[in-house]
Design a protein. Sequence first.
Lengths: 478, 170, 641, 104, 493
Amino acid sequence: MLLNNWLILKQELFLTGIIVGILVLWLASDLKKETWISILNIVLFINVCIPFIRFDYGNIFGDMFQTSPLIVFEKVLLSFAVWIISLFSYDWLKKLDHLPEFFVLILTSLLGMYFMLSSGNLLLFYLGLEMSTLPLAGAANFEFGSKKSAESAMKLILSSAFSSAILLMGISWLYGMMGSLDYSVISTQVGHSPLSILAFLLILSGFAFKISAVPFHLWTADVYEGAPVAVTAFLSVVSKSAVIMVMIPFFYQIFEEKIDVWYPAFIFLALASLLIANLFAIRQQNIKRLLAFSSIAQVGFLLIGLSAHSQTGATSVLFFLLIYLFSNLAAFGVVSILSSVYGKEDIIQLSGLYKSHPFLSWVLALALFSLAGIPPTAGFFGKFFLLLSGAGVSNTSKYWIIGFAAMNMVISLYYYLIVVKTIFMNQNPEQSEAYFPSTDPIPMPVRMALIICLAGLLVVGFLGGFYQHIFQLLNGIN
Amino acid sequence: MMPASAILFYIIAALILVSAILSVTSRKIFRAAIWLLFSLIGIAGIYFWLDMNFLAAVQIVVYVGGIVVLIIFSVFLTQGSGQSLPYPSIGRLFFAALVCLFGLGISIWSINQYGYRDAANEVGFPGMKELGKQMLSVDQGGYALPFEAVSILLLAAMIASIVIALKKSI
Amino acid sequence: MLNLTILCIILILPFTNFLVLGLGSRSIRQPISGYWASFTMLVSAVLSMNVAYLYFIQKGTINGIYPSVELLRYPWLVFGKNLSIDISIVLDPLTVMMLVVVTFVAAMVHVFSLGYMKDDKRYTTYYAFLGLFTFSMLGLILAGNLFQVYIFWELVGVSSFLLIGYYFTQPSAVAAAKKAFIVTRFADFGFLVGILIISYYGESLDIATLIERLSNTSSSQSILIQSAGWLGITALSWGLAMIFIGGAGKSAMFPLHIWLPDAMEGPTPVSALIHAATMVVAGVYLVARLFPVFELSHSIMCLITYTGLFSAFFAAIIACTQTDIKRVLAYSTMSQIGYMMFSLGIASHEDHYLGYIGSLFHLFTHAFFKSLLFLCAGAVIHLIHSNELGKMGGLRKLMPITHLAFLIACLAIAGIPPFAGFFSKEEILLASFHSSKFIFGIALLTSGITAFYMFRLYFSVFWNKDQQINSHHGEGTGTMLFPLIVLGLLSIGAGWVPFSNWLYKGNEPVQTHLDLLFSIAPVTLSLIGIIIANNLYRKPSDSPQNLSQVWGKLYTAAYNKFYVDEIYQWITKNVVFKLFGKIFSWIDKNIIDGLVNGIGSFVSNVYFFIRGIQSGKLQDYLLYFFGGIALGMIYFFYIWK
Amino acid sequence: MSHIPLQHILFFSSALFFIGMFGMFTRKNLITLLMSLELMLNSVNINLVAFNKYLFPQQTAGVFLALFTIIIAAAEAAIAIAIFIYLYRTHQSIHVDDASDMKN
Amino acid sequence: MNLLLLLILPLLSAVAILLVGKGTASRLISLAGAFGQLVLVGWLLFMFLQFRSNTPTSIYFEQIYQWFPTWAIQFHIGVDGIAISMMLLTSLVVLSGILVSWKEDKYPQEFFFLLMLLSLGAYGFFMSRDIFTLFFFLELAVIPKFLLIGIWGSGNKEYSAMKLALMLMAGSALVFVGLTAIYQETHTFDLTQLAAIHFSQSFQYLFFPLLFAGFGIFAALFPFHTWVPDGHASAPTAASMFLAGISMKLGGYGCLRVASFLMPDAAHYYAPIIIGLSACAILYGAFVTLMQTDLKYMNAYSSISHCGFVMLGIGVFNTTSVYGAILQMISHGLMTALFFAAIGMVYYRTHTRQVNEMGGLLEKIPFISTVFMLAGLCSLGLPGLSGFVAEMTVFIGSWENADVWVRVATVLSCASIVVTAVYILRATGKVIMGPLRSSFSSLRDANWYEKCAAFFLLAGILIMGVAPFLLHYITGNEAASIVSATSTVMFNK
């Protein structure tokens, strides 16, 4: 293999290098936690920047591994999210006994996503999918000392294994029909036999599970609640984004012919996700659970955008994912602080947060507003374009769908506002002092992460040029 | 007249299915593990029957030698082997059976609908040597990348298992 | 020369008073503000008389009629092509007459108030309000645009509100002010709709244009308005009826009169100005202004006639029983306005619009003697500090000038020659005599009753028993006496004004003459009334009481104003508040808001029905998972395609 | 082997798959759940291998996917069992419904 | 003049408030910002008048920036007379809102920051020539409103804030669906381009109700009005002023500029319903107001009634009625803001808003009482104050429509002037008149800032009431051109 080929793989190689490096350092030296964290944060930042050194695109390993500007962009997004997560988990990481191992797991998962995104073949795709899930199940258990953490890990691994078994069944049937696992082959000969529909349904359910669309979502809330905040954030932002990013070429190109199956399926999943998730979210007491349901609802919007089956639809999805990344990570950043102070994340504990921590309050509030899709936050633009492109299909009932989604935005606003209300309007249970002690200053990395997210969720929406850039990245996607 | 190989297949298949059923219904967890073992060995037999020796070997080494042993160990670690498992509720049993039968029915129906070409011309299937070469090839049809990738996965899984399993509980 | 400047000065002077005194109500000291305001009003009055002189004498007639002069027209608010509210100043005989009356009476009241209000804390504000009122009233009468009339109509309404509620700490004053405003507002609603109807068909808001178009039966507008209709009544009649409702409200015609007696809660000079001489006759003015249009609808003329007639009679009866001096005067005002109104209603070209002339003549004379009556009453109240007749008596010795003025005014209103009222009333009676014997009969009877109750008042206040008044002064200050004297003189002399030479309909002045023979009946009747009053009330006696017992229920009913107030109260309480208000607010709270909250709570409670899905049990999750796939299978294999 | 129609092998593997799924739905012990899962994965492998052998003998994609599935299943089993053991320590139970603290 | 200045100024002052921080500084900055806005709008008006005489086009000071080229979304701003007069209203209300809440001592920094944000949203909304931007600015105000009511409000503030936010959001959701449909039909968001497009009738019939109801929720259209009373009543004074004074106008402006303007056929088709609902709102609102004892609730319900006039004018949709609707928007904005300001001042002193617990305030706090009275008189449509001008124009306009249904609606609406008088006088009678309560004997009259606040609004009310021709000079042609533009589109089909 030539150097060029290796350069195509440079993101993966660098990430593998980090993983190995962590293991070596772990075995070889006895670093302090703070040192570990700072090194890792720097390295992860470099990981984000790697592709900017030199852009290399192409297919290697006999088209099994592909890169394109789009894929590189997506990988950058994911690694950026991981960097942010590692920044804002500072407090938690400092207390974590198994810090290097945790990072090995998280980064393996990220690596799996890289493979998944770059895959040109169902084998590598499946491998990447599993690689991105299994270590996370382990990582979900890393909140040692919490029964919930173990439970969530158990739920995650069993349900994801179940779903991957079903996905695999679908792949096997597909293989039986195509005789190949290569995307290039599959895309040319997807048939319309019942078996192909069945196989496709099973594969679809695997995707739906990963992005936790209703009714495949039930693991989400429990796992999010029990897992450590870092893992929850990773699950809700990175995993979900990665799968959705894969879904764009998967459904737009490989299974394009199956649009008459996946369009109604997507619409059903989208509407069910919106409705059920919102109805559940309204009554949540725990903010992680709330964010879990909120992320399910966001998936509903994303699916509407995806269902558009157009370049603009794909653009809106990616744009929204970027915005979602900033908003959700900002929210989880604040939640992680809450969690590290109390060890639990009930909404009621945010009471009177504004008095003691105005900065955190604004970050959380704006993040939630962005998730709700209210200007001037970027979420407004994201949702607007998602739904707008969703209305671009030639379907007679499309406006009902858009209307339904829009009404769900209203419902979703309600539960976001409940949190905002708790932050700004509720009185502290103790009159004299802030419920949330303001003695500990927010650590530098956390502050940095929050500021980045805040800037992102305020600014990104306005960047029309950036949107156009994504649009061009997606040239050729339908 | 059915050739012997065909009869063999049906026997193995029946064995696998029966032991699988027993494995998912047995009240004794240890017995369930043993039935699983039989079932997995049977599947290895199917691989042999299909002339997939390498895969059969892997099946035996990994499943029989690895996973089942792991399962049995974990059974020992978590509970007494003599303990009976609780009965699931009748409603759940019925409903699960219904759902599974429905799924099975649909699958069988759609498989039947799909006209598979009958057993194709007997081209010689690549042997173990070929497989080995492909495993490490970087060209078209090569699996070096997944091979390397899965090693990292295994590494991570190992680390995760060690950390989690060795962690003292609260 | 007759020009805009002089009229602007007349208009702006009171308005400046309002602005300056209103804004500086705390910094401008007491006597200064009053004197300044009175001075400016006197200037206004003089200027108005100058205008009258210039208009009637100097400018004179053209082809036998006094031309209307438009001095100003500025498009104030334009509604599309045809309609616009033009702020305009138009002079015609009616306007000039009203101008003189208003400014003059206003000036007198200003002067009177100098003494009457001198102990009041909000003296300056009082003058500011008076200024506002005067300005609005002048604007109303000078208007050449129907909507402008409406604008100032509302403004006089609000000034009336402010002045009635001047003693705002007294709940009764506040209630009266509210009542006055709301009742007239109700009438204004009619007025507004009337304007809408008339202007829509007449395609103009300009009064002159409207009159020209609508009274010309061949114009397209006229044909349209006569042919369009609703419920069998032509649009013209609807419009005029609505406008008349507006006028009736302001002029306290039955059944919209209920505010007027209560309006007496205001300071007495205000009553003299607003509720006797000027604002309350605005309805009459309005009908007179639009007379050529009203004339077109016979039914509306009848409506006007009988409303006026009934109000006159009705009010006269109530006036006989009231014991509050100002209320008696209020009812008498209502009665007199009823006179004017029905007189307008019976005016027709057959008797050269004698009714029209009589009505306006009566308006003219009434302004003087009624304001005089009120000012006298004010002087009395100023001394007694009470409105109740029972607390008065024998005041003729204490306040001889007031006594004399009051007597003159009473004689004037009773229609005793040669006082002013005699002449005007005579014309009205004559017109009614020409019109219908029934109307004439009622009018005659009313005239007699008027004489009775006015003298009942007079005797009760100035004769009867002697009250022990421990007051250091009898008559008020000079500023209070001066208007009494001036108005007294006018009450005597105003009847001699050659009114019908100046203000007439048609092409030439109507030759009115005193038909002495005709006068015998009303004068006699009035004298009888006076004599009865003399017998009953001159000396303290039980006979009034006995008499009231004789009348029994009728007396009680009249004393209670025939329960009209109660009916209104019942309607407001039960219909407006209980029926509409309560029901609507119930609907709002329970149905509309309930729906919103219901949707909210429904959405947030659906959770409790579906929470079982999220049972926490892994296998349930897996079942749902496969259920999702199964749903897809069912859909795609059985429903789809 | 050619006397066996491919369909029969597929029926067999489907049956195995749904037996495994039935186990996933009904078993209450976490380890038995894992066993059922292994059955499901194995049935997929049979499918893959059979397809490869019957229909596309000239290439090896199915076999390789089966191979990697086995490996992944092993990794999965390892992590799962570690989690179960840890769960057993925290909950003192390996019953799946005992681990349902988190619910709505 | 560069319209962007009007967006930058509030933004800059908001940021400056955040940066500078504490109490007094933030007050001063916001005051300066608000005053700057007023000056800018005044300057804009001046320039507009000058330009208009030279170059007659329909939109002035246009600026177009590409924003989302993929969607053909442009940042397109420009103003005409209507927009300018609405902006003038905004600047007046914001300025006096800030003055009234001068003594706000609970988180003053945030308070003024949010107020500035609100004004930003309003300016942006009015100057948008692209319905995407318009929608953006429409929703921009949701957060500030929610927070203003929830944090600084009184009474059942959290409920009210939530209700307001959700109902407004539901409104914008409806609008959103309409916008989506328009976009998918035309692939443009630009109002100028859209104006030239004639939508098919079935399309109009389907989406006009969505757009109209959506904006109607903002404008308190009859069955969707329930956010108004709670929201207004709970909000702090400045927020109430803003909500009633400007926010509700966004809805009316949207109904006019987007819904009726783009879909005249449907506007015509649905006119009976709109007119019926408006008449209902007018009379019903007035009757419900009668039953209120809380001053803020009273004014809120009366706002529903008054905004009914706006909708009536838009529903009838002829030159006069539309002009009347515009006038009513401005007039109601000023008047209700003044009323809320007065109520706020009274509440600040007496700590009660219950009519029955007050009395005789005129004696102790004559200035505030006078302001209160004037606002009330304006509300009941006294000539010389703005309310009269607007209402009469609407009446005349809707009377021009000879349809019986419209006539009945108009007469019913006219009847509201009586009911309005009843409740206004009831309130003034009980609050500022009557015997003084002993507990109020030590009240102090308005401070300088309250006087200034009242002055600005009163000036607006008086100028409009006394010289309506000035406003006609600014907006009269635009109202006519809106109607004539749509009628040509309508008849061209």
